[in-house]
Design a protein around this ligand. Structure first.
Ligand code: MGP
Length: 293
């Protein structure tokens, strides 16, 4: 498969994120500070086989910033223990029991956990074996969330957050939705949505990205892509967070989906790229504060 444009950028970001996380190799504990270590480059090169120089027998994988879990639901999964998922190569695995799972019990009943992965190679292995969104049945959803976070408002990581989403009419986007979903996933696992993740934290603890997961939904007449965030600005004065959230939305609209700044997207069955807090989504009606980029 050949990548171009935003996919290539996102894939490179995923790889460079992975490589940046690799600790320096220093097996020789007897080394004094300042002493130069002799490394047998040839034997090292002979033992390290990445997917780039040996696509079938590679022995080194490129880790992601964090592990991710794919979830799935469709009308066919409702009320079944072992559903007909479109991912036959990956049998369903049990859902870990976190407090969020208990709170979201009804909602999570039909959502099936498919598989977790933590490397670039495993991501492509999964991607190449699942049915793309354009071929899913109506009313189906893929949820790609950081491991340990369930795709529900009730999860600790989501309860104060919100989502960027865009709705696209099916007839005009059938040919584009698969790439849009791929680019969205690559931006998520490559952590390009929230650049603060890549800035060094003086405390040494891993910085928390705003992103908890991404979703693609198929509905009878449209597709929806969503990016879930850990936080949502709660008042008009919450300027710093609002700016950070808007940065995620702009990156999504322009770099990931390929629209231009200021481009109007709303129309019959289509929405702008818009942000809503989960608390406002839960309200159903009433006054909601939307952000649009
Ligand atoms: P949806 O699937 O996000 O919206 O939520 P959509 O696609 O507009 O509606 P659909 O009927 O076509 O699927 C639909 C409904 O599911 C919401 O109104 C809630 O009742 C419920 N729901 C959605 N989410 C994301 C959650 C959640 O995280 N937790 C709980 N408890 N219910 C949810």
């Amino acid at each position: 498969m050949t990548l171009s444009g935003p996919a290539l950028t996102a894939s490179r970001a995923a790889l460079s994120a992975a490589l940046a996380e690799q600790p320096p190799v220093n097996d020789d504990e007897s080394l004094e500070p300042g002493e130069i270590q002799e490394v047998d480059m040839q034997s090292q090169a002979e033992t390290i086989r990445t997917v780039f120089n040996d696509p079938t027998n590679f022995n080194v994988k490129h880790p992601l910033y964090s592990p991710w879990t794919l979830w799935f639901d469709s009308p066919q999964t409702k009320g079944r223990n072992m559903p007909q998922t479109p991912i036959s190569a990956f049998p369903q695995t049990p859902v870990p029991q976190t407090p969020g799972v208990a709170a979201a019990q009804g909602w999570m009943e039909d959502i099936k956990r498919v598989i977790s992965f933590d490397s670039v190679e495993e991501f492509w292995g999964l991607y190449n074996n699942i049915v793309p969104p354009s071929q899913l049945p109506q009313k189906a959803n893929y949820y790609l969330f950081k491991e340990g976070i369930i795709p529900a408002w009730e999860d600790e990581a989501n309860k104060n957050g919100g989502k960027w989403s865009i709705q696209l009419p099916k007839d005009k986007n059938r040919a584009h939705v698969d790439k849009m979903w791929l680019y969205t996933m690559l931006a998520a696992i490559g952590e390009t949505f929230d650049p603060s993740l890549t800035q060094a934290d003086p405390s040494g603890s891993p910085p928390n990205s705003l992103i908890t997961g991404v979703i693609v939904s198929t509905r009878p007449q449209f597709y929806r892509l969503s990016i879930w965030t850990r936080l949502a600005p709660s008042s008009a004065e919450d300027d710093k967070l609002r700016e950070r959230i808007e940065g995620v939305g702009k990156h999504f609209k322009m770099s990931v989906l390929g629209f231009s700044e200021g481009q109007k997207l709303a129309g019959p069955l289509a929405t702008e790229v818009e942000f809503l807090s989960h608390k406002d989504s839960e309200k159903k009606g009433g006054k909601a504060r939307k952000i649009i980029v």
